[in-house]
Design a protein around this ligand. Structure first.
Ligand code: PMP
Length: 455
């Protein structure tokens, strides 16, 4: 295979050109930003929404498309950071949610729909009981409290470079700098934010992905003190990093041997890589599963669940779990319609087919141009990884070509394809994406590949 050298100066020049184009296309966004910065730190409700050159303000979405406030239309592969496998304004959701609004959208009491959604999630993920929350963050926080409550232990283990939401327990070694990492056999626990008590960060141990021996060592060194390992079975906050063959089986065996609960964070993988997420796709069952994003069809939701004997600890005097909006009627109606009417077996077949075309199409273009990258994906999720060889863990990720990744994002945005920003994210497909949408994505990637190798 031919391997092109991508000239760093040419990439820099292209980035400057594309930023100019971006600015010329989005004057209204800049105007709003000025006003927004007076009331919202960085001008946005969530720091993830801020990305250079500046955040876009979106006005509407329909099907596989979104529009910004400047009127630019985009084919949407961002899909709310992977929360919209149903696509925008799905007619069945519009109908069901309108009807729900007319009948009242909030009681802070259970509805029958909550029971039906609970049953469906149990069926899909091999669980016996679930509880609802309002976000991925709440789900991982609640699952970890449950794990600590059940085991009576304080320590948790997480994977270096993984993101599990913005509560203190897990905001540790999310994206540590190369100088902070510590040795591979004893990675440091580095808080991502000020305001996280050192004592809390110290209760979160860190191990590398895809190295069962690292987990084994940590559990041996802290025998009897670790409540749980929390892990994304496929890392989807480093692009996509797959579990090596046998890795999930190994961590299942090791956690069992040390009486440590295995908690899957399936906030992203959940109903996107298979009807029953990674639990189904890899056939290795954890003790607890955390869900959010796409299970709610675009309405705020979270859930966590597991075996009855664990979940029954949720009761007064034992593990606390509550929330005014837990299982609210809008979220439950949206989830029920999403899970039972939209994300059907046909939808998953279609995701697989379109994903195969998109990944193999990107691979072909990469090969043709000799780019130092690869494309990978599964189910409705995929990406181009800006490294020549498949990544194994976070330390590999540090070697990714950040400038090329940024240029790639700018190219897509300026050519009407909305992509999640940064190196960490991946595209998501929705049931409303057409085969033409896949070809349109490939056309932009082809142009990018041609331009970065033309210099
Ligand atoms: N876990 C994972 C794997 C995630 O990707 C995210 C969000 N990107 C979260 C948890 C947190 O979810 P939320 O933003 O809904 O709190």
């Amino acid at each position: 295979m031919r391997r092109a050298t991508v000239d760093g100066n040419a990439v820099e020049r292209l980035i400057a050109r594309e930023i100019e184009t971006f600015q010329a296309r989005t004057p209204r966004c800049r105007q709003i930003l000025e006003r927004a910065r007076r009331v919202l730190p960085l001008g946005v409700p969530s720091t993830f929404q801020e990305h250079p050159p500046y955040p876009l303000y979106v006005s509407r979405g329909q099907g596989s498309h979104v529009w910004d406030v400047d009127g630019n239309e985009y084919l949407d592969y961002h899909l709310g950071f992977g929360s919209l496998a149903v696509g925008h304004a799905h007619p069945r959701l519009v109908e069901a949610l309108s009807e729900r609004l007319r009948r009242g959208s909030m009681f802070a009491m259970a509805t029958e729909e909550a029971v039906l959604v609970g049953e469906e999630l149990c069926r899909r993920f091999g669980l016996e009981m679930v509880r609802f929350s309002n976000s991925g963050t709440e789900s991982t926080m609640d699952a970890l409290r449950l794990a600590r409550g059940v085991t009576g232990r304080d320590l948790i283990v997480k994977i270096e470079g993984s993101y599990h939401g913005h509560h203190d327990y897990v905001m540790v070694s999310v994206k540590p700098g190369p100088d902070e990492l510590g040795p591979l056999d004893h990675p440091a626990s580095i808080p991502l934010s000020t305001g996280i008590p050192a004592a809390v960060a110290a209760m979160t141990l860190v191990v590398p992905f895809n190295r069962p021996e690292g987990l084994e060592r940590a559990l041996r060194e802290h025998e009897g003190k670790v409540a749980a390992l929390i892990i994304e079975p496929v890392m989807m906050n480093l692009g996509i990093v797959h579990p090596a063959a046998g890795y999930l089986e190994a961590i299942r065996r090791i956690t069992r041997e040390h009486d440590v609960l295995l908690v899957y964070d399936e906030v992203k993988t959940g109903v996107t890589i298979a009807p029953g997420g990674a639990c189904e796709r890899y056939g290795v069952q954890p003790d607890l599963v955390c869900l959010a994003k796409s299970i709610g069809g675009g309405i705020t939701i979270g859930a966590f669940g597991g075996r009855r004997e664990l979940m029954e600890h949720v009761r007064p005097g034992d593990v606390a779990h509550q929330g005014t909006f837990n299982g609210n009627p809008l979220a439950m109606t949206a989830a029920l319609v999403t899970l039972t009417e939209i994300l059907t077996a046909d939808a998953y077949e279609r995701f697989e087919r379109q994903e195969e075309r998109l990944v193999s199409g990107c691979q072909e273009i990469i090969r043709e141009h000799g780019l130092p990258m690869y494309s990978t994906g599964l189910g409705a999720k995929g990406c181009v990884m800006f490294a020549p060889e498949p990544l194994m863990d976070y330390r590999d990720y540090l070697r990714i070509d950040k400038d090329l990744a940024y240029l790639h994002w700018l190219y897509f945005m300026n050519r009407g394809v909305f992509m999640p920003p940064g190196l960490d994210e991946q595209w998501t497909l929705s049931v409303q994406h057409s085969d033409e949408d896949i070809e349109a994505h490939l056309a932009v990637f082809r142009e990018f590949a041609r331009d970065v190798t033309a210099a």
